[in-house]
Each structure stands twice: as C-alpha cells, then as structure tokens.
Design a protein around this ligand. Structure first.
Ligand SMILES: *Cc1c(COP(=O)(O)O)cnc(C)c1O
Length: 456
C-alpha cells in the first residue's frame, strides 16, 4: 500500500519534471476552474490514498507554474537540484521532528555539518552560529532578535525579560531600497516602521554611506541593515564602508543576502560583497540560488551567545542537551517542532561541491549578461543600468507598451517574468536562479520577446 502510493507519486513527479521543457511555463487554468477542479464538499468518509494522490495531481496540474524549469525568471526563485529534491522526499518520509537532538540525532548532526559547510563556503567568521529556517524572512527575524538582545544588553537592558516598554531607544538604520521583509521582521520584534531611520539609496539601490555615518553620529544602541543583492537590480551595498561605519559606532550590522550572499562562494564574484565577513549577522536563502526545494533559509550570527539567548527556550518535559551537548535546534530557531531542513541543504552542497556552487552562481550571471546583450538588439528595448549579477531590468518605451510586451510573453507560455517599478516607471525584471536554465532557454526567451515586440 505505502509502496504503491509512493511509487505512483514518484512517477507523477518524474513526468512533471520531464514536461517542464514543453508545457507552458505559466498556469493554463484560471481561478474559477481551479476551484472547481480542486473543490467540492469535505468528504464524509475515506478515499484510498492512490486515488487521492492521482486526482490531486490531475486537478492541480493546470494551476501549477513551471518554476522548477529553465524559463521561469520571475521574482528570485530557484529550481531544485536532483539530489536536494530527492533528499527532501526522504526528509518527508523520515518525518523527523528536528527540534531536539533527542527527536532526531541524524537531523541534528546533518544540520551541524551543513551549517559549518555553509559558513566555510561564505567565509564567515569561525565560531559563527547558524539556524535553518523557512526563508530569509525568518532568518531576518532570528538575526534581528539576536541584534536586539545584544545592543540592549550592552545598554543594561534584558529585553527577553523586560520587553521593550521602557527600554533604551534603539536606533535602527535601513536603506530606502531594503527588502520589505526587513520591515516585517523589525515590526514583529516591536520596532514599528515609523521608528526606522531610512537613509537614501542611489539609482541602483545602494545605500548612501555618508548618510549612514551621519545617522549613527549620536551613538547609543544601534542596528544597521545592509544589503547584498537588491531585489530588482542585484546591486550590493558597499559593505566594507558600511562595516567601517558600524564598527566605529559600535552598531550591529545585519546583512540581507537572500540571494546576493551566494557570490561569496565564487572566487570571481566575491569582491562584490567584500566586507560582508565583518557583519554581525547574515540572512540568506537556500531555496533561491542553492536550488534547494521550498522552503529553506539560513540565519548566521557572528555571536552565538546573543543568538541563543534571543531565541532559545526550555520546558520541563523537553530532553535538552545544554550548551556543551549536541545541537538542539530549538536553541537557534524561532521554530519549535520543525522539518529537518538541513538534509536537502546537505545534499545540495554535497552534490555540487565548492566548485559546483561557484559554477552555478557564475553560470546564472553569465545567462543574465547574455540575455541583456540579446535584449539590446530587440527593437525598442532599453536595458536599465548594468547587470550586476543574475538580475536584468528593462523596459519597452512607455509603461503601457512595457506591460503589453510582458503580458504577450507570459501569455505565450514560453517564459514567465514579472514587472516592477524603476525610477517611477514600469519595468520588467528577469532573475536567473535555476541550475536548469540553459543557453537555449535564454535564446527561446529572447525570441519570445522579439515576437512580442513585433506583435504589439
Ligand atoms: C527573497 C528575498 C527576501 C525574502 O526571502 P524569503 O526566503 O522569501 O523569506 C529578502 N530579501 C531579499 C533581498 C530577497 O530577494
């Protein structure tokens, strides 16, 4: 019985992957049709598992997006490396509650190994702590909770015990072009959006460091959020200059490197994030550029004590090892019961190796440059700014034409991308983040744009 349903699911999964090259990248059914296909009353009695799985796969199919395929360039969405996808299946089947060593010694040790591999890959300081979390959003929450603990502790305030009411003021400095998840993490930590000091950024999205220095002038507890890889342009803040400013002011430096941090794995690209190693905490994703299936993010902290103090928890009924024992994951993540997320990360790193990660990152950047060069020959296309890493930003004349060309390409099913605003006007953004994307995928997408321009 188990065998049947798992073998059938594996067959359906393999067929789906096989179809990615030929099926339209976008969905082929609308909201109403999907509600009809998937809907109906809650069944009164059981349905056999094989039927459930087969019917679910059939009903969902036209509403699935081909984001694991090579011509999906929307947002910043990675694919799934074969080893990582397979390890993720095992993670599901093993069904470990990776909150405590006692609940899964193997998950705890795999996390220790993968965490240390990543730390080494990014060249972060020895002894840094880490946490495997659902995504960069939760990584921000984890890192900024550590930051809050640390800067208030130094001001003589125990925030875990006393909360924020009556606490010394914390100056929080962010860039005008920060990712929205920074605001949400801060909000959840009790730092309202109106309390943020926002420093301007240049057209590419790089923080104005002189303004930052100015904002830190007053001294006192401070947290600075910098960025490695702006979500539209891929631009990097000047992390060296920012680290100079934060260390002079005694401020905590947090880096949002959801995808950009991965340049640190490439000898050719790591100069873009020079100075990153001087930060106090880093947030990144494995589900983006490492091509681990959703969801998978990682928080790193240069200071294990505040990290642990900010998120650890305990209860009489738990079986915990303490600071000198094996790793209990609940000491490091805001999660309690949790998926053994390190297994697929471990598998991804092992299947690629140090060189493979660098190749993947460099190859995606190469595709982005090829795409931008190809676009330059498409009539009416304007590529905005320089391609920094894996992101390309472009438009076709006015807002209306840009949106019409984009819609035409998406409707063709050849590729999936989405729009954004750049300098107050509509633009199209493309992100190459998938190990499957080939030179042929780039050429097919360029052809789709040429056709769209001819047709609109
Ligand atoms: C995607 C992204 C995030 C949020 O990451 P999630 O994994 O979706 O939580 C944060 N910052 C940047 C720059 C991103 O690109």
């Amino acid at each position: 019985m188990d065998d049947d349903v798992l073998a059938r699911a594996a067959r359906i999964a393999a067929d789906w992957l096989e179809s990615l090259d030929v099926r339209p990248v976008g969905e082929t059914a609308g909201l109403e049709e999907l509600r009809e296909r998937l809907g109906g009353p809650l069944p009164d009695g059981p349905v056999d598992p094989l039927t459930v799985v087969e019917e679910l796969a059939a009903a969902a199919d036209p509403g699935l997006i081909g984001s694991p395929g090579g011509r999906y360039f929307g947002f910043v969405i990675g694919g799934g490396l074969p080893a990582a996808v397979a390890a993720d299946w095992l993670t599901t089947v093993w069904d470990q509650n990776a909150g405590l060593y006692a609940c899964s010694p193997a998950a705890s040790v795999a996390e220790e190994v993968a965490g240390e591999w990543l730390r080494e890959l990014f060249r972060l300081p020895a002894g840094s702590s880490y946490a495997f979390v659902p995504g960069c959003q939760s990584a921000h929450l984890t890192c900024l909770a550590a930051a809050r603990h640390h800067v208030l502790r130094r001001a003589g305030w125990n925030v875990e015990e006393r909360g924020l009411a009556g606490a010394p003021a914390v100056r929080i400095v962010v860039s005008a072009r920060r990712h929205t998840t920074i605001d949400r993490a801060l909000r959840l930590l009790g730092f309202g959006t109106a309390s943020l000091t926002v420093v301007p950024a240049d057209a590419a999205g790089r923080m104005d460091v002189a303004a930052l220095r100015n904002a830190l002038h007053t001294g006192g507890p401070a947290i600075v959020c910098a960025q490695a890889g702006e979500v539209n342009t891929g631009a990097f803040d000047d992390l060296s200059a920012i680290a100079d400013a934060t260390s002079a002011a005694g401020a905590w430096l947090h880096v949002d490197g959801a995808f950009g941090l991965w340049v640190l794995a490439s000898p050719r690209l790591r100069h873009l994030a020079a100075g990153a190693e001087r930060a106090d905490s880093w947030a990144t994703d494995a589900h983006k550029w490492l091509n681990v299936p959703y969801d998978s993010g990682i928080a790193f902290c240069a200071h294990p004590e505040p990290h642990r103090a900010a998120v650890s928890t305990t209860a009489d009924y738990l079986v915990q090892s303490g600071p000198d024992g094996p790793r209990d994951q609940i000491d490091w993540t805001p999660g309690f019961s949790r998926r053994a997320r390190a297994f697929p990360v471990y598998a991804a790193l092992r299947s690629l190796g140090r060189r493979g990660v660098a190749d993947l990152v460099e190859r995606c950047c190469g595709h982005a440059r090829t795409f931008a060069a190809g676009l330059a020959d498409v009539p009416g296309c304007e590529v905005l700014g320089k391609v920094v890493i894996n992101q390309v930003l472009f438009r076709f004349g006015d807002d209306d034409t840009t949106d019409r060309v984009l819609r035409h390409v998406v409707d063709s099913g050849e590729a999936w991308l989405s729009g954004t605003m750049a300098g107050g006007r509509r633009a199209i953004r493309l992100s190459v983040c998938n190990w499957r994307t080939s030179a042929d995928d780039i050429e097919r997408t360029l052809t789709a744009f040429r056709r769209a321009v001819a047709a609109t």
